[in-house]
Design a protein around this ligand. Sequence first.
Ligand SMILES: CC(C)(COP(=O)(O)OP(=O)(O)OC[C@H]1O[C@@H](n2cnc3c(N)ncnc32)[C@H](O)[C@@H]1OP(=O)(O)O)[C@@H](O)C(=O)NCCC(=O)NCCS
Length: 142
Amino acid sequence: MIRAATAQDVPSIADLFFRSMPSPWKTSDIESVISSPTMTAWVLEENKIIKCAILLQVCMDEAEILSIATDPSERRKGFARTLLSYVLRDLGDDVNVFLEVRAKNQGAIAFYESMRFFVYGMRKGYYKSPPDDAILMKLTNI
Ligand SMILES: CC(C)(COP(=O)(O)OP(=O)(O)OC[C@H]1O[C@@H](n2cnc3c(N)ncnc32)[C@H](O)[C@@H]1OP(=O)(O)O)[C@@H](O)C(=O)NCCC(=O)NCCS
């Protein structure tokens, strides 16, 4: 089941991100996303357990994927593909979708490429702790 995240989901999403990323989003940042009018969070759950979560910023005809993570024990089962496909359908065809991803995160880059995103630029030294370049990606509009 895919649904919009609520304030009650914040601890589970924070835990999922903590277990998934080198510098994860803090609980307070996730709370801000859920309460902000320009940001949204969606979760994919099974038996009331969150398997995958995504955070987005949407403004007019532009959207940015802020983060997405699948539970480490549930990877390569299609959860992120299912959730992101749903979110992209919800955004509609006229929205330009962007994201930034760590250059060393080849798994995530491969995932986004499999979802029709392409690399259009790079920001050298953009990330700290650990240091990394940012790869800029955009969804290929149909
Ligand atoms: C990136 C991430 C969200 C993918 O989640 P997932 O649920 O495992 O992805 P899916 O099972 O839906 O994968 C769909 C397709 O993406 C590609 N893909 C996904 N992970 C991949 C990997 N590690 N290496 C290569 N390709 C990958 C494959 O083409 C895959 O299809 P296949 O399994 O049939 O070959 C997950 O690896 C994750 O949580 N990573 C840590 C958090 C992170 O780095 N998030 C991105 C921050 S911007």
